[in-house]
Design a protein. Sequence first.
Length: 133
Amino acid sequence: MKKTLSVTLLLTAMITLSGCSNIKDVKIIDVDSEIYSESEINSAIDTVEEYFKLNFDGCTLTMLKYAGDDDNKSADEWAKRYNAERAIVLLSSFDVDSSGGDGSFNPDSTYKDWQWILVENESGKWEHVDHGY
């Protein structure tokens, strides 16, 4: 009985994890900000990594960074669009495997400067609202 349960749990874990994307070797580039604290930027990065891991099957996240204070005007526009006080824009690069990810990406390709838009929710946590070019 214990052996059957162990095998079942192992198989479930393998199936669950096999569809996940890869974020283990992502390079985080530090970008200084006068608008956001290091903690706020890191929290936004964590939010993107979690979203990527769950939703970008067949893709490997290779780089992630805050877009910089110069891009803050677009962040203000995103905040207004989503009725939020604040928004933050991150940039990433990721590789797509031969499957084309979920089918919406070009197989065996690299996407650079992919934007991630996050807004701060009422509890002060970053929430993913959009991504793309």
